[in-house]
Design a binder for this molecule. Structure first.
Ligand code: GNR
Ligand code: NI
Length: 170
């Protein structure tokens, strides 16, 4: 297993639109190892989700674990939201925008169709934090970040704050 480097805003590679995973790829050792590496990277960060786009893999899949004790790993391959209802506001963060938190409004209840890590089709209806996280990760797969929901002025403040933090860390 290996920790993977996470791309950070405003890296243009985060804007890449991911393409569908070929289901045949799911049974390859390389893909299964990549999933394990993504879980390790997410748990170590620590985060509740990680989209392939964030580790410079531009294919449509992500890993999520919103459980308190980090015991419920979930894999979503080629996810599609087939229905969504209501709205909720959640203070979001992102491993690609470290140290920045902001309120984002998203659907409250969603139904998502996807393949699991064995390639089996699944349908899940969920709400709350898991629904927020699925929507946040699916945004990454189309090159969208939570800071895109902020005003251009606030987004520019975020960019400057991260640049300054990096300069001090260097
Ligand atoms: O770890 C994460 N926490 C989080 C909190 C609120 C809303 C979304 C998230 S996802 C984030 C990990 C991440 O950046 N996934 O892309
Ligand atoms: Ni994120």
């Amino acid at each position: 297993m290996a920790l993977l480097p996470i791309l950070e805003f405003p890296d243009p590679r985060l804007r890449t639109k991911a393409v569908d995973v070929d289901p045949a790829e799911l049974s390859t050792p390389a893909f299964q190892t990549l999933l394990d590496d993504m879980f390790q990277t997410m748990y170590e960060a620590p985060g509740i989700g990680l989209a392939a786009s964030q580790v410079d893999m531009h294919k449509r899949f992500m890993v999520i674990d919103v459980s308190e004790d980090r015991s419920r790993p979930m894999v979503f391959v080629n996810p599609q939201i087939v229905s969504s209802e209501g709205g909720q506001v959640y203070q979001e963060g992102c491993l690609s925008v470290p140290g920045i938190y902001a309120d984002v409004t998203r659907a409250d209840t969603i139904t998502v169709r996807f393949l699991d890590r064995q390639g089996q089709p699944q349908e899940l209806t969920t709400d709350g934090l898991l629904a927020v996280c699925i929507q946040h990760e699916m945004d990454h797969l189309i090159g969208k970040l939570f800071v895109d929901y902020l005003s251009p002025l606030k987004r520019e403040m975020v960019r400057k704050k991260l640049a300054k933090a990096r300069k001090h860390a260097a």
